[in-house]
Design a protein around this ligand. Structure first.
Ligand code: IPE
Ligand code: IPE
Ligand code: MG
Ligand code: MG
Ligand code: MG
Length: 312
């Protein structure tokens, strides 16, 4: 009963945060140009809106807003950081789907960006959404203290770039054997590292951003960092299980592709049963990581269970 109640409350809160993120992105990506912009070219703006509006679970925004809520950060501030993170995530999906990367035609139940538009536009959408994320973080509405804004910018830079998401995507493609005569043989720690970078880094940042916005103390920040890292690992294992067990109509993207593409996944190394066991072990660890926050962290704990049980 308690578990179900937590799940229902989580779903309701995820829906609310998704709607708030959607309307904020809709406003930020409106036709009116910001100071210093010369113009907003209609095709690029339309494609940025296609990539970032009208779909997605908005789980990363949820993490930012709910971790910030532990410190009573006003939602209008945390939603700005949430929107910035979602811009980086949406850009990562646009590029991930391109023919030179995973070559996918379906995303969030719709044609991928390069299918709905074209490849050059998809490259520029990625460039522009990534840059826009830092534009959002730098605005005083995100936080009145410039020191907090710089910490948010630094954290997102590290999570998105060379040593984070983009670096992890490089390792993901290398693991397919694209850049060598013989594909590298990855063991479980190698795969964990790759996944902690390509997927974990942005989810982890979502939790750390809450701590930064809320001026968390060292213990609180360490706990949220640990929670985020565990959620990040779990999220990609769940994604890899959905690739095997899910169907495209429910998941909103092609399934059954990872093994054929020689993707390095925990499922590939451990097998599906052991991967599921690991996933549920991670959820227990994620819940323990939040012990410090007591009942205030109930929704974040429910979020951890959602990661393991999600069908899309
Ligand atoms: C998909 O992320 C890509 C991964 C990192 C596994 P999500 O499952 O969060 O995708 P959306 O945003 O809900 O579409
Ligand atoms: C995605 O990993 C990681 C990103 C940085 C986008 P996947 O390639 O498994 O994500 P999906 O399955 O296409 O959403
Ligand atoms: Mg990929
Ligand atoms: Mg992909
Ligand atoms: Mg996948």
């Amino acid at each position: 009963m308690a578990v179900n109640d937590g799940g229902a409350q989580f779903e309701a809160r995820l829906g609310e945060i998704a709607a708030s993120t959607e309307s904020l992105l809709d406003r930020l990506l409106g036709p009116g140009q910001a100071a210093g912009e010369r113009a907003r070219p209609a095709r690029l703006l339309e494609a940025m809106r296609y990539a970032s509006l009208g779909g997605g679970k908005r789980f990363r925004p949820f993490l930012v807003v709910e971790t910030a809520a532990l410190f009573a950060v006003p939602p209008e501030r945390s939603l700005m950081a949430a929107a910035a993170l979602e811009c980086v995530h949406c850009y990562s999906l646009v590029h991930d789907d391109m023919p030179a990367m995973d070559n996918d035609d379906l995303r969030r139940g719709r044609p991928t960006l390069h299918k709905a538009f074209d490849e050059a536009t998809a490259i520029l959408v990625g460039d522009s959404l990534l840059t826009f994320a830092f534009d959002i973080l730098a605005r005083p509405e995100t936080h009145p203290d410039p020191g907090v804004r710089i910490a948010l910018v630094l954290g997102l830079s590290r999570a998105a770039g060379l040593g984070g998401m983009a670096g992890g995507q490089m390792l993901d493609l290398a693991a397919e054997g694209r850049f060598a005569a013989t594909p590298p043989q990855l063991d479980l720690p190698d795969v964990e590292q790759l996944q902690a970078m390509k997927t974990g880094a942005l989810l982890r940042y979502g939790c750390v951003a809450g701590a930064i916005l809320g001026s968390a103390d060292e213990h609180q920040r360490t706990a949220l960092d640990r929670f985020g890292a565990i959620i990040g690992e779990a999220f990609q294992i769940a994604d890899d299980i959905l690739d095997v067990e899910g169907d495209a109509a429910t998941v909103g993207k092609a399934t059954g592709k990872d093994a054929d593409a020689h993707k390095a996944t925990a499922v590939g190394i451990l097998g599906i049963a052991a991967a599921k066991k690991r996933l549920f072990g991670l959820i227990d660890q994620a819940e323990s990581a939040l012990a410090l926050f007591g009942p205030n962290a109930a929704l974040l704990k429910a979020a951890a269970r959602f990661v393991a049980q999600r069908r899309a």
